[in-house]
Write a protein that binds this ligand. Structure first.
Ligand code: NAG
Length: 242
């Protein structure tokens, strides 16, 4: 045990590596190393290292100590560099993806009568919310406000049923982005008593942009007893905020 404490660090390292393989093999390999070192008669370039070797005349430890030390230094420096790079990358990813789980789905509450007609374009409040990740959708107003800049996908379905043929199916619904018309869907006939249509659009939004669906003045949505009128959207991918 006393001798063990005198082993220079480098020798200990070798010993540990060797003993990792197999104890029996390690003994053999180490014995061989030792024998070779002990029987070596020439001089060895030891640099500035003063090796107090465990086996008195084992010179090989002097030779290997300096390269091992350099290797350890280089490995350590590299690891520090890698670590710094990794944490930098981590914070960049966090910055880019923070609060980026944004998705909502909402439907109109079932009704037997009609929504409308109104004197002005009226935003529809889809009050039955089944999903609102990121809380971008406000069911009271029917408005989605982008919590993060990015590319978004929106869909809406307009459904109306006037009961019997001969009645006028007269609907027009439009998707708006900050007071600007983006897409619409309409119907005006007496042949169909029931109809539905769906629109999907991709929009680039800045943070705070508002998207909502309007029922046009004079038009109406009727007989939606199952919440077929829907509005949904989600963030496809974010843009970094400038
Ligand atoms: C309602 O929407 C229609 C169609 O987009 C538009 O022509 C009209 O100006 C709008 N009315 C109001 C009061 O904004």
């Amino acid at each position: 045990m006393l001798r063990m404490t005198m082993l220079p660090a480098a020798s200990l390292c070798i010993l540990m590596v060797l003993s990792l393989c197999s104890r029996a093999e390690a003994t053999t390999a180490f014995d061989l190393l030792r024998e070779t070192a002990v029987s070596y008669r020439g001089s060895l370039p030891c640099g500035g290292w003063d090796c107090e070797c465990a086996f008195g005349r084992q010179k090989s430890c002097c030779c290997i100590a300096q390269p091992l030390f350099e290797l350890e230094e280089a490995t350590f420096t590299r690891m520090v560099g890698l670590w710094e790079g990794l944490s930098h990358l981590n914070s960049q990813i966090e910055e880019l993806t923070a609060g980026c789980k944004i998705a909502f789905t909402a439907a109109m509450l079932p009704m037997s009568g009609c929504l409308g007609p109104f004197n002005s374009n009226m935003s529809i409040s889809y009050r039955s919310v089944s999903l609102n990740q990121g809380n971008g959708y406000n069911p009271a107003l029917g408005t989605f406000t982008a919590p993060h800049a990015g590319l978004y996908s929106f869909s809406f379905t307009a459904y109306s049923s006037v009961g019997s043929a001969g009645q006028r199916l007269y609907q027009k619904v439009q998707l708006m982005k900050n007071d600007q018309l983006v897409a619409s869907s309409w119907e005006d006939n007496r042949e169909d008593s029931e109809d539905s249509s769906t629109q999907t659009v991709l929009l680039q939004l800045r943070r705070g942009c508002q998207v909502y669906v309007e029922l046009l003045s004079g038009r109406q949505l009727c007989g939606d007893t199952q919440g077929q009128n829907m509005f949904s959207g989600y963030l496809v991918y974010p843009f970094s905020e400038q």
